[in-house]
Design a protein around this ligand. Structure first.
Ligand code: ATP
Ligand code: MN
Length: 647
C-alpha cells in the first residue's frame, strides 16, 4: 500500500500532457492538446488531453482517464505500479504503508517465484557451459543447429542435467525452498517423489516485458517418440501464458523502429530470425494466439505480419490469427513459407539479404493471401467460390473501421471479380446481424413510455425493460453533484420564530437532503456508490472523483466532466431548457423533479403489474389507494416540470 498523502503528491506532480507526451505526439488545439489515440487505430487525431482538468479523453473510442489511468492502460500496469512509475518520473519518494500479512505474503510469494526462476536460468546456463554433459550434449546441439555464440548468450539458453533431480537438489542446497520450486513449475511434486520437470533438455527461458525470467521451454534431445519434443512451464502466478509473447523483451525496440511485428511459431523461429538480423519478431509459444497477446503487440505497432509454416496446420493457425488481429483493428499481413519450411529452417538456408527480400516480396495482405491460396481450387466451382467469397467478407466484417472495410471490399471485388455492390450488401447483412445479436435490451427504453392514453402497457416485454429506466435522470443528478457541488443556491427555510425565510446551501447539500427526504435510491449501483461518497462531512471535490482509486468511479467522473452537456442535449431529453450557470437552482430542481417523476412512473408500472396479479380483495384496495397517490404525484411533478398532464 502507498500512503494516501504520497498518492496525492503524485497526482499533484503529474502533468497529464507530460505523461501522455512521453508516448504520443501532442499538438496544441485551443486550451487542449490533440494527438492520435494509442488505444485504437485512427488516422485523424481525436485523442484530447486537457492540462487544466488533468485528464485525457478519446472522442473516437471513448477511452478517458487521469494520468494514472493512462499509465495503467498504456503500459499495462496495476494501479500501484502506475503510481510507482509516476513517482519515479517526478522524483517522488514512496513510503510504502505497512502491508497486511496477506498482501506481504502474496507479494513475497510472487517475488520468490521470480527469484527462483532467475536462479534456474543461471543454473541452466552454468550447466550448459561448465559441465561435461552440458557441453557435450546441450552446447553441441545448439552449435549443430547453427546458433551463434552471441545469440546463445543473448537469449540466455541453457541445459538441464539429465538426472531425476539434479536441478532440484542444487537449488535446495543453495537455500531455495521446495515449495517455490514447485510453484514456479521447475520441480514436479509427485505422490512419493519430487523430480525435475526439465531434466535432459536444452532450455529456453521466457522473459516478461521488463526482461525478468518467468518461465521456460525445454526441448528434448532424445529421438525416442515417447518423450514430447517440447515441455513448457505450467501456468504460475508469474507466468500467464495467454498474456506473454516469447521474445517481446528483445523485440520491443525493433518493433517500434520497423513499425511492424513478425509473429512466428516458436522459440527457434524467434532466435533464428534474430540471428539473421531481424529483431522485430515474437511468438506465442505454449498456446495458440490470444487477443491479449495481440494487444501486447499493439502497444508498439498497428502492423502484424504472420509468418507460418506452409503446411495445413500452419495455414489454419494463420486464418485464426488473421481474424483475431482484424478484430483488434490492426493491419495484418501473412507470409507462408514453402511447405515443410519454417522461419528457422528457411533462415538457415538462405543469406540474410535473401531472407529479407523473401519476406518483403511474399508478405500479402490477408485478402490476397486467402484468395491466392484458395482461388485456384475453387475458381471453376461456383458454389465453392461463393463460399470462399462469403468467408472473406466475413473477415472484412470483423474490421472495426469503416474506411478499412471499404478498401478491402474494393480489393476483394477486384481480385475475385465480383460486383462491389454485391459484396457491400453481403457485408452489411453480416454486420447488421452482428449488431442485433449483441444489442442490449436498453434500446427499448428509447421508445416513449407515455402514449396518448397514458402509460402504455401494451407490450408486455417492453415493460420489464422500462423498470430500469431512471438511469438517465440519475446521471443528471450525479452530473450536478459533480459539477456544482459547492456552489450556493437559496432555499426556503424558517427562522427562529417560524417565519419563512431563505438560506444559502450548497448544491450538493440541497440535492442530498432532498433525495434523502424522499428516501430515493439509485437504480444504477455505480451512481449510488458515487452518491454515497457525498456523505463525507467534507464535500468531495471534482478532483477527488477524477482521481478515485476505483476505476469505475473515476471513469464516470471523467466522462461527465469531459463531455459537457450541450443545451440541445438537455432540450432533446426534455429535461429543461436553461443555461446551466444562470438558473442553477431551477436547473437543479428540474433535475430532481425529472428523477422523481420517472421513479413514480416506474412505481406505477409496478403497481399495475401487482394489481393484475393480485388475488386478495384487501390487497387490491391497498394497491388502488397506492395507485391514486402515485397518480397524484405524477400530476404534481408533471406540472412542476411544465409538461402537459395526460389523464
Ligand atoms: P526440429 O529440429 O525437429 O525442426 P524444432 O525444435 O525446430 O525441431 P519444431 O517442431 O520445428 O521444433 O517446432 C518449431 C517451434 O514450435 C519450436 O521452436 C517450438 O518453439 C515450437 N513448438 C513445437 N512444439 C511445441 C510444444 N509442444 N510446445 C511449445 N512449443 C512448441
Ligand atoms: Mn524446426
Amino acid at each position: 500500500m502507498i500512503h494516501k498523502e504520497t498518492i496525492d503528491k503524485i497526482f499533484d506532480a503529474s502533468r497529464i500532457e507530460e505523461v501522455v507526451g512521453d508516448f504520443i505526439t501532442l499538438k496544441k488545439r485551443g486550451i487542449n492538446l490533440l494527438g492520435l489515440c494509442p488505444f485504437h487505430n485512427e488516422k485523424t487525431p481525436s485523442f484530447t488531453v486537457s492540462p487544466v482538468k488533468g485528464i485525457y479523453k478519446c472522442f473516437g473510442c471513448g477511452k478517458g482517464g487521469n494520468a494514472v489511468n493512462f499509465i495503467m492502460d498504456h503500459e499495462l500496469l496495476t494501479y500501484p505500479d502506475a503510481l510507482r512509475y509516476l513517482a519515479r518520473k517526478y522524483n517522488i519518494e514512496i513510503e510504502e504503508e505497512e502491508q497486511s500479512p496477506e498482501e506481504l505474503e502474496s507479494q513475497n510469494a510472487r517475488e520468490s517465484l521470480y527469484i527462483v526462476s532467475a536462479f534456474a536460468q543461471k543454473q541452466f546456463t552454468n550447466d550448459l557451459y561448465h559441465t561435461d554433459e552440458g557441453k557435450a550434449i546441450g552446447l553441441s546441439y545448439f552449435r549443430e543447429r547453427g546458433f551463434r555464440e552471441d545469440i546463445i548468450e543473448k537469449f540466455q539458453l541453457g541445459y538441464s542435467i539429465d538426472k531425476w533431480r539434479a536441478f532440484t537438489d542444487t537449488a535446495l542446497k543453495a537455500g531455495y525452498q521446495l515449495d517455490y520450486l514447485v510453484k514456479a513449475g521447475l520441480t514436479i511434486a509427485g505422490e512419493e517423489k519430487t523430480f525435475d520437470r526439465f531434466s535432459g533438455r536444452v532450455m529456453f527461458p521466457i522473459h516478461n516485458v521488463t526482461g525478468r525470467v518467468i518461465g521456460f521451454g525445454g526441448r528434448t534431445l532424445k529421438t525416442d517418440k515417447k518423450t514430447s519434443k517440447y515441455v513448457n512451464s505450467p501456468e504460475t502466478d508469474i507466468y500467464h501464458k495467454s498474456f506473454v509473447l516469447y521474445g517481446l523483451y528483445y523485440a520491443k525496440k525493433g518493433i517500434i523502429a520497423a513499425d511492424n511485428c513478425y509473429l512466428v511459431e516458436g522459440y527457434t523461429d524467434v532466435i533464428s530470425m534474430h540471428q539473421a538480423g531481424i529483431e522485430n519478431v515474437v511468438s506465442s509459444s505454449g498456446t495458440s494466439l490470444t487477443v491479449e497477446q495481440i494487444r501486447l503487440i499493439r502497444r508498439y505497432t498497428q502492423n502484424i505480419t504472420i509468418l507460418y509454416d506452409g503446411d495445413n496446420a500452419g495455414i489454419k493457425a494463420s486464418f485464426r490469427g488473421i481474424d483475431l488481429v482484424l478484430e483488434e483493428g490492426m493491419n495484418v499481413k501473412v507470409l507462408l513459407f514453402p511447405d515443410g519450411e519454417d522461419p528457422d529452417s528457411f533462415s538457415k538456408r538462405v543469406s540474410q539479404e535473401e531472407l529479407k527480400t523473401f519476406i518483403s516480396e511474399n508478405s500479402k495482405d490477408f485478402i490476397a493471401f486467402k484468395t491466392q491460396l484458395l482461388f485456384e481450387e475453387v475458381k471453376h466451382d461456383p458454389i465453392k467460390k461463393a463460399t470462399l467469397i462469403k468467408e472473406i467478407v466475413e473477415s472484412v466484417a470483423i474490421i472495426p473501421e469503416a474506411i478499412m472495410r471499404s478498401v478491402y471490399i474494393k480489393e476483394c471485388s477486384r481480385i475475385m471479380d465480383v460486383d462491389e455492390q454485391v459484396l457491400l450488401s453481403e457485408l452489411n447483412k453480416i454486420r447488421r446481424k452482428k449488431v442485433t445479436d449483441t444489442a442490449k435490451p436498453e434500446s427499448f427504453a428509447q421508445e416513449p413510455i407515455l402514449s396518448s392514453e397514458g402509460i402504455d402497457y401494451s407490450v408486455e416485454k417492453k415493460k420489464e425493460v422500462l423498470f430500469d429506466d431512471c438511469e438517465e435522470q440519475e446521471k443528471e443528478i450525479i452530473y450536478f453533484l459533480l459539477k456544482y457541488s459547492d456552489q450556493k443556491i437559496l432555499t426556503d427555510a424558517e427562522d427562529e420564530e417560524g417565519r419563512p425565510t431563505e438560506v444559502e446551501v450548497s448544491v450538493a447539500d440541497f440535492i442530498i437532503q432532498d433525495l434523502n427526504n424522499d428516501r430515493i435510491k439509485f437504480d444504477n449501483t455505480l451512481y449510488q456508490r458515487f452518491f454515497d461518497l457525498y456523505t463525507n462531512p467534507e464535500l468531495p471535490t471534482e478532483n477527488y472523483f477524477i482521481q478515485h482509486v476505483e476505476k469505475e468511479i473515476s471513469q464516470l467522473a471523467i466522462d461527465l466532466v469531459s463531455s459537457p452537456h450541450s443545451l440541445s442535449d438537455w432540450e432533446r431529453h426534455g429535461i429543461f431548457v436553461i443555461t446551466e450557470d444562470q438558473f442553477l437552482k431551477k436547473a437543479v430542481l428540474k433535475t430532481i423533479y425529472a428523477l422523481k417523476s420517472k421513479k413514480i412512473q416506474k412505481m406505477l408500472l409496478e403497481n399495475h403489474r401487482k394489481i393484475k396479479d393480485c388475488k386478495g380483495d384487501e390487497e387490491i384496495m391497498r394497491l388502488l389507494v397506492e395507485r391514486k397517490q402515485l397518480e397524484e404525484g405524477k400530476k404534481l411533478y408533471s406540472s412542476l416540470l411544465g409538461r402537459p398532464i395526460i389523464k
